[in-house]
Design a protein around this ligand. Structure first.
Ligand code: GTP
Ligand code: SPV
Ligand code: MN
Length: 624
């Protein structure tokens, strides 16, 4: 058997500590690549990789007159989204992963991984990617090194993280870093030394996305797509970081970050929002208000790291430096900011290709082009009867390209959070907006989020599932302990804690139409929430929380019939009764690990339902 790694050596850049060299050498010994490349993050390095990927067929160079610096990748049809069923939390004890994670014994998983990674990079280049999550050197930022055999991963990581020499220099100086190992699992030479040709999107049927919370390691095998492979994102910034955050009294969350400035008095507000995958974080992060008086700036669209600051308030940073956003549905009407950001220097994955070498996806234009090459590389016409772009097709773009990006998006200390929103796709039950009674009620609201599943992960699209804090696939430890951690953070923050709101853009009428126009009009809901934060508005106590008093939600200029408005805010005792029963069943999954306070919140919800019923019975609120 050829011992390739011995002959190539590790040849690390100068200054790299022996411990890092030893780790890289150990991975090279295991995976036996042809060569090792230490990524410096330069434009020259990027351009060389683009060139190589075009030559190999992994990338299609788009029409450079229309989309300069932009490329299209088409993945294997079996590798199009996160694979939750193959994502593992490998904690020593199964109860520390909890009932909502796939647990695997760390010793057994190590043996399995040693098996699948052995020789996995034969015939390929192994890339060593030093990166920082968060601005380099920031007090909330953290470092990592991803080893991968995928040049696609390298060029995506270059946009999504601060990647290259400056990150490595901090590691050289002895700063903490997290190791992450990735292989697509498609060696080009077998164990007998026989070669096989490469394919445009190498991957493996067998997939493992593994997080080891105690040793803070990440191992990912078999997929080249998104969060399965860009290991700074979900694996580090959420699964491992949530474990660190619990120990160190901070929060690692699946949240966008937004700044809103009120023009009348110049007051700045910062909002974070947790919505499940493909439920509107990118859209809200780039909100264009349809009401006057507000300026909106983007800080992050997917992940927030939040820490109490010196003044006791909660400060948020975006650990990422790019957007890996859902393409379908992005248009001049729904999200012009995102659309314009994609004008140049963008990597598209699994969208359709037009005859003039540009991109297209469902929702981009009302009229689809007459002919396209679909995401699988086949001819497509409007009567093909299948989507031209994959529903989870995505764009990767540097965050600085969004015209809405805040001048403070890289502020190392972060921005102070005034309000936190929780939302999901709910056709009924949950009103357009309600404010939690207090932090603990807000934690209950976050813990009980449910949402219709989207194409961001494999599974039954449309099925309603619990997705607490939009963290179901991303919490690195027992979800019930995570709720306890949120309760504890409320105690730490005390009166400085942000206010919490529940929103639902997705309520439908009996014909299945959305009742709320959404998108830019979501500014109306946020304005109400921020005026509540500012203490400028009263509210009406209801089952799910505090609702806007009649007339307080600005609906000027909206074509919203009064009965639709009523339906958006209807809080039906029967529906909430069912909700409470389902919550009780859901909590039972976690046994006695559920914090007592959340059971008390459930009882308080039941009490509010009973009270609403008795008021109904007395005729108080019944329309004449
Ligand atoms: P991940 O990147 O997967 O974490 O998701 P995300 O939350 O950033 O998702 P994104 O913003 O890309 O969600 C896109 C989907 O949400 C598309 O189907 C949009 O049409 C839909 N969407 C976003 N905002 C709204 C809204 O206000 N109303 C409605 N009805 N749909 C919306
Ligand atoms: C999500 O699924 O929540 C995403 C996309 O943000 S991925 O990075 O693929 O996880
Ligand atoms: Mn996400």
């Amino acid at each position: 058997m050829p011992q390739l790694s011995e002959s190539i050596g590790v040849s690390a850049p100068s200054g790299v500590p022996q411990s890092v060299v030893d780790w890289v050498a150990s991975i090279a010994e295991l995976t036996t690549p042809n060569e090792i490349h230490w990524c410096d993050g330069s434009v020259a390095e990027r351009d060389q990789l683009y060139e190589e990927m075009v030559d190999k067929g992994t990338f299609v160079r788009l029409n450079q007159d229309i989309r300069p610096g932009s490329y299209l990748a088409r993945s294997a049809p079996s590798d199009v989204a996160r694979v939750e069923s193959r994502t593992f939390i490998c904690s020593e004890r199964p109860e520390d992963a909890g009932p909502t994670n796939n647990w695997a014994d760390p010793t057994e998983m190590r043996t399995t991984l040693q098996g699948v990674f052995a020789g996995a990079m034969r015939g390929r280049t192994m890339y060593v990617i030093p990166f920082s999550m968060g601005p380099l050197g920031g007090p909330i930022s953290k470092l990592g090194i991803e080893i991968t055999d995928s040049p696609y991963v390298v060029v995506n990581m270059r946009m999504m993280t601060r990647m290259g020499t400056p990150a490595l220099e901090r590691i050289n100086a002895g700063e903490y870093w997290v190791p992450a190992v990735h292989s697509v699992g498609y060696p080009l030479i077998d164990e007998n030394g026989n070669s096989r040709p490469d394919v445009a999107w190498p991957c493996n049927e067998d997939k493992y996305i593994c997080q080891f919370p105690e040793t803070r390691e990440i191992w990912s095998y078999g997929s080249g797509y998104g969060g399965n492979a860009l290991l700074g994102k979900k694996s580090y910034a959420l699964r491992i970081a949530s474990v660190l955050a619990r120990e160190q009294d901070w929060l690692a969350e699946h949240m966008l970050i937004l700044r809103l400035t009120r023009e009348s008095d110049g007051r700045e507000f910062h909002v974070t929002a947790a919505f499940p995958s493909a439920c509107g974080k990118t859209n809200l992060a780039m909100l264009r208000p349809t009401i006057p008086g507000w300026k909106v700036e983007t800080i992050g669209d997917d992940i927030a790291w939040m820490r109490p600051g010196p003044d006791g308030r909660l400060y948020a940073i975006n650990p990422e430096s790019g957007f890996f956003g859902v393409a379908p549905g992005t248009s001049e009407t729904t999200n012009p900011t995102a659309l314009h950001a994609l004008d140049h220097d963008t990597i598209f994955t699994n969208v359709a290709l037009t005859d003039d070498g540009d991109v297209w996806w469902e929702g981009l234009t009302k009229q689809p082009p007459d002919h396209l090459i679909d995401w699988q590389g086949n001819d497509w016409t409007p009567d093909s009867g299948r989507p031209a772009a994959h529903p989870n097709s995505r764009f990767t773009v540097y965050a600085g390209q969004a015209e809405s990006i805040s001048p403070d998006w890289e502020a190392p200390q972060g921005v102070p959070v005034d309000a936190i929103l929780f939302g999901g796709r709910r056709s009924h039950t949950v009103p357009l907006v309600s404010e939690a009674y207090d932090w603990n009620h807000g934690v209950f609201v976050g813990a009980t989020v449910s949402s219709r599943q989207t194409a961001a992960a494999e599974g039954a699209v449309g099925e309603l599932r619990r997705d607490p804090f939009a963290m179901l696939p991303f919490c690195g430890y027992n979800m019930a302990d995570y709720w306890a951690h949120w309760l504890k953070m409320g105690e730490l923050l005390g009166k400085e804690a942000p206010r919490i709101f529940q929103v639902n853009w997705f309520r439908r009428d009996s014909d299945g139409h959305f009742l709320w126009p959404g998108f830019g009009d979501n500014s109306r809901v946020i304005e109400w929430a921020l005026r509540r934060v500012a203490g400028e508005l009263p509210a009406v106590d209801a089952i799910s929380g505090r609702l806007p008093a009649p007339g307080d939600l600005n609906i000027d200029g909206l074509d919203l019939p009064a009965e639709h408005l009523a339906m958006l805010f209807a809080v039906e005792p029967d529906e909430w009764d069912e909700e409470a029963d389902l919550t009780e069943e859901y909590f039972a999954l976690f046994g006695d690990r559920v914090p007592a306070e959340l059971n008390a919140q459930l009882q308080a919800l039941r009490d509010r339902i009973a009270e609403a019923r008795s008021r109904e019975g007395s005729g108080d609120l019944v329309d004449a």
